[in-house]
Design a protein around this ligand. Structure first.
Ligand code: ZN
Ligand code: ZN
Ligand code: ZN
Length: 457
């Protein structure tokens, strides 16, 4: 009531609407002035002094839907545009990229031990003719047919046989493994084209956007859009030898050959880490002609994953764990808690100090971003946000840096809403959701969450 009677209530409402009803907005005070460099004439001026509470509310920009639903939706939308621009052009990317070889690739984790699984064809979980028991007394087979909501799915048949250190160390090295994979892809392409490896960059450029997704067994797998451009990037046609078929072959070979050796540990030994045998690489075609995947569907599929934290996929928590005792209090499956304990334990060993396993216990050792992309792939989150901020502050986007000068000063003064304000913000968030229903969430045709073999290539 007090809020609604405030003389500047309507302007406050405008601000909350501009943040899309963000649950934890950041409060800024400051000013921005743009003037014509030659004449000194002020083209645009904005100061929070005239705002309600003398502050401007801006979005928290959290990508996780469990932290801030409106901002996570916005982030997913940005991701959609970012991935889509790299596939079909738009934003700063020329439309010619549509004719470049583009693949949608899924790389998986290897097996760290048998886990209960769902099947799509009515097959049993792990049938074995000679059903004996492991040294821990657990049966080595499971003849159940699990439905996706079965809590056993993703849990190991025997936790004692499951290789927890290998799982955690694999997560801790996936960044390096991805690096080796992309390098090996370039190497295979260069070899096929009869080029020395060092000259690859003079002929072609490989760019990508990838997203990490936690599987039921709490291991990530990676979905990536991979594109082959000419030497100058998206505006440049790829060389004639750079076909989608050759790129597919190069990716398959690179996924098999890329390895990382974990540092030697007196306690855990040495692990040779590689991608799993399950690999999917299929070409994207501009028109959905039943052979390739449609650009929009792929962009939407990737965008869906960036709003999920480790917590939403039941493979960790959204916040770092400070003590070992917190692991036992974490609402997670026994399997996930065992992975957390392994992270904590290995994180205390000096040979693994550089992997920072304890600070990353909540993500089961995975330190990467959920979405990563190479520089040449497409536009950036920063560019997409800058466009929106300019729009929000009413700054005309046409001011050229050569002819106009902008002086900006911002200071952080707090965050969040009062309980009354939070109620109004929630209402605004719900309204804007209804107004901006996004056509996404369904996986592109032919791609399923639980992996299937032998799909159309
Ligand atoms: Zn927010
Ligand atoms: Zn089973
Ligand atoms: Zn066992």
């Amino acid at each position: 009531m007090r809020l609604a009677q405030h003389p500047k209530f309507s302007r406050w409402l405008e601000q909350v609407t501009a943040t899309g009803g963000c649950a934890h907005p950041v409060h800024l005070t400051g000013h921005t002035t743009t003037w014509d460099t030659a004449t000194g004439k002020v083209l645009h001026h904005y100061d929070t002094r005239d705002e309600p509470g003398e502050r401007l509310l801006v979005r928290c920009r959290n990508r996780r839907s469990s932290v801030c639903l409106p901002c996570s939706r916005l982030h997913a939308g940005d991701t959609f545009h970012l991935v889509r621009a790299g596939l079909a052009g738009g934003k700063t990317v020329p439309v010619q990229v549509r004719d470049h070889p583009r693949l949608f690739v899924t790389l998986t984790a290897p097996s760290f031990g048998p886990v209960h699984r769902t099947t799509t064809d009515g097959h049993r979980c792990h049938p074995r003719r000679n059903a004996d028991r492991c040294e821990h007394g657990h049966p080595r087979s499971c003849t159940a047919i699990h439905t996706p909501d079965d809590a056993r799915v993703g849990q190991p048949l025997c936790p004692g046989c499951y290789d927890y250190p290998a799982h955690v160390l694999w997560h801790a090295h996936t960044g390096l493994l991805w690096d080796r994979f992309t390098r090996a892809t370039r190497r295979h392409l260069a070899t096929a084209a009869g080029l020395p490896q060092s000259r690859f960059r003079d002929h072609a450029r490989l760019s990508f956007a990838k997203v990490a997704e936690y599987q039921r067994r709490a291991a990530i797998h990676v979905h990536a859009v991979v594109r082959l451009d000419g030497p100058d990037g998206p505006a440049n046609p790829p060389p004639t030898w750079g076909t989608a078929d050759l790129l597919t072959t190069a990716i398959r070979e690179a996924a098999q050959s890329a390895t990382v050796r974990s540092p030697h540990s007196p306690a855990a030994g040495e692990h040779l880490l590689r991608w799993g045998a399950q690999l999917d690489a299929r070409p994207l075609r501009t028109f959905n002609d039943h052979h390739g995947l449609a650009d929009d569907a792929v962009a939407a599929y990737v965008a869906k994953y960036v709003t999920k934290g480790a917590a939403e996929t039941a493979a960790g928590t959204d916040h770092p764990l400070k003590t070992r005792a917190e692991i036992e209090a974490t609402p997670a499956s026994p399997h996930v808690r065992a992975l957390m304990r392994t992270c904590w334990h290995l994180g205390g060993l000096p040979e693994y100090a550089h992997l920072r396993l304890r600070p990353w216990t909540h993500t089961l050792g995975y330190r990467g971003h959920i979405l990563t992309k190479s520089r040449a792939y497409s536009t950036t989150y920063t560019a997409l946000r800058a466009q929106r901020t300019e729009h929000q502050l009413g700054t005309p986007t046409t001011h050229h840096p050569d002819t106009a000068t902008t002086d900006t000063y911002w200071r952080y003064t707090g965050s969040g809403h009062t309980p009354g304000a939070a109620l109004i913000a929630t209402g605004i968030a719900e309204d804007s959701t209804r107004n901006h229903e996004m056509a996404r969430s369904a996986p592109p045709k032919g791609v399923v969450n639980t992996f299937t073999f032998g799909g159309p290539a």
